[in-house]
Design a protein around this ligand. Structure first.
Ligand code: 8IG
Length: 277
């Protein structure tokens, strides 16, 4: 592999699944945990969940794991944590999401998912902070993702890789989550490229084509998870109503605040759901 690439995924001749296998080997070596059962990506508002799911076996900076390293100028890099639940499951917690709008290419966006699969994880839990289109929803409310509409016009699949996406957000897993909290509503997640929020007209478009949630992640990751053979469970924390649905302009501060307030409640929910999977 040429050393001119600070991240092997930036080398177009690299095989992304081989890079993911190397990343999984790094994780096994650095955590001492040979296999993980469940992987969990924590989005805005969900960060505290890692502290209550179980006992942290190891925390590693993402920069130590193949394919996660980023150019120095980008600043903050997340961590990967191996957690053992009271029930004895090994959970890989990914606090280092790369967003599509960062422009590093879709391989980088889904590398954590492919790595999770390579560690042995059979279930991928994807969480995010997002905007709500349904007027009945309120900021701070967690909802299940029932399906998605991918408006990025991109795919993590390369070549003529035809993958079925029926029941992508597994009903089996959503039913388990609702067994923990029967009040959980669900909706269709619409991934926009971002990083700008939508115009009110774009939110109306999303609503008309069947969307209930607007966000900037998750759909591409879910496709890669299906390709890798994992079952997917998706949660959105509604941090704001989407543009034009709420009467006031969206602000990043409002999103952060809604996340902070909801964090203890949704983290406890997530911990219970993970143990029940
Ligand atoms: I937090 O309203 C959060 N992320 N696209 N729209 C989109 N992404 C979001 C939103 C939103 N809120």
């Amino acid at each position: 592999m040429p050393e001119t690439h600070s991240n092997p995924l930036d080398d177009p001749t690299a095989n992304p699944f081989e890079v993911a296998s190397q990343a999984a080997a790094d994780i096994a070596r650095l955590t001492g945990v040979e296999n993980h059962d469940i992987a969990l990506t924590l989005g805005s508002g969900w960060g505290k969940a890692a502290d209550i799911i179980g006992e942290t076996v190891a925390t590693i900076p993402a920069t130590e794991v193949t394919g996660f390293s980023k150019p120095a100028l980008e600043g903050h890099v997340g961590t990967l944590r191996s957690i053992r639940t009271p029930g004895g499951k090994n959970v890989l917690v990914i606090g280092a999401r790369t967003h599509y709008y960062e422009d590093h290419g879709v391989r980088r966006v889904v590398h954590s998912v492919r790595t999770a699969a390579a560690t042995g994880a059979k279930i991928m839990v994807l969480t995010n902070g997002a905007g709500g289109i349904r007027e009945t929803w309120t900021p701070g409310q967690p909802v299940l993702i029932s399906d998605h509409i991918n408006l990025t016009a991109d795919s993590p699949l390369e070549g003529a890789t035809f993958i079925d996406l029926t029941d992508l957000y597994a009903k089996r897993l959503r039913d388990i989550a609702r067994g923990i909290d029967p009040t959980l509503d669900e909706g269709v997640y619409t991934q926009f490229r971002g990083p700008h929020y939508e115009t009110p007209a774009e939110v109306q478009m999303a609503k008309h084509i069947g969307g209930h949630i607007v966000g900037m992640s998750t759909a591409l990751e879910a496709i890669a998870a299906r390709e890798a053979g994992m079952e997917v469970l998706g949660f959105s924390l509604i941090t704001n109503l989407a543009a034009g649905i709420q009467q006031t302009p969206l602000s990043h501060a409002e999103v952060i605040e809604a996340g902070r307030e909801a964090e203890p409640v949704i983290s406890a929910l997530l911990a219970r759901v993970v143990e029940a999977l």
